[in-house]
Design a protein around this ligand. Sequence first.
Ligand code: DGY
Length: 338
Amino acid sequence: MSSTTGGAGRRPRILVTRRIPQAGLDLLAADSTCRVLGGSLPPAREQLLSAFREGWDGIVATLTERVDAELLDACPGLRVVANMAVGFDNIDLAAATDRGVLIANTPGVLTETTADLAWLLMMAAGRQLVAAQGYLGRGEWKTWEPQALLGQDIHGATLGLVGLGRIGQAMARRARGFGMRVLYTDEAPRPEAAAESGAEYRSLPDLLREADFVSVHIPLTRDTSRLFGDREFGMMKPTAVFVNTSRGPIVDQGALYRALRDKVIFAAGIDVFETEPLPLDEPLLKLENVICTPHIGSASVVTRNEMARLAARNALAGASGVRPPSLVNPAAWRTPAT
Ligand code: DGY
């Protein structure tokens, strides 16, 4: 289903690739001629291409749309693509920059909500919530059992953060309340970011060897693709818990499965996968030492509204020749499309 809102005239024309929260659509409707393509499911590639060919000043996309050279070329005169996500690995940034198309994302507004989910997964995996519910559901709970379902303590443990950006720092703040020691790794030490939590820098191998909980908070790039494989899980403690709320392809999912099945590590909490949606025959789903959620890191009512509003503001600005509030390719700003 498609809908058109807003008036005509010199208002910028903005295409929204799929239905996003009304809070964002209201902003777009007030200041642009805006069309929402499709409904709650992402549009098919052909549908997207044909909509792009109609010509737009701005696009609001989500992480399910692959915005590549073919799509950008289908829409000459396009000024901005505003992604309703902090990650933008669905967009060919180089192709956009070459064509002078501004790319914007939604940083900041989802930081705490995503850290909340990572924390939840860390605790749920550490304390074996999936196994505990299975035990109860199968009628195995016969008595209070001194030795059943023993998990790992979160309080007082060592948290290893892979990435100390906004979400990593939000994790470090939570760790203080749990009396945890915090280690982090990043492209380089980040003393200012680490100061508040007292997080200590380590190389990735050292962090993996020392941490009780390892949580990933880095973007997916060529360098981080499959950063975690058999070797990395092999470096972790057999009692370690691994959490990923960033992007699935950062982890070799087969290696993660083997590490969990063979008890190389204790447990995992995973919100993002190599293939999304996760196929129902995915072997991970058969294990009880992993909790899997369907990419819901930022999924709170308030946060999704804020993401939609920020994406709308980015699109309106870029489409009107104004620098978007969260521009990710400033090089394209210096070489505007028109
Ligand atoms: C993002 O913003 O990149 C998340 O994966 C979705 O909120």
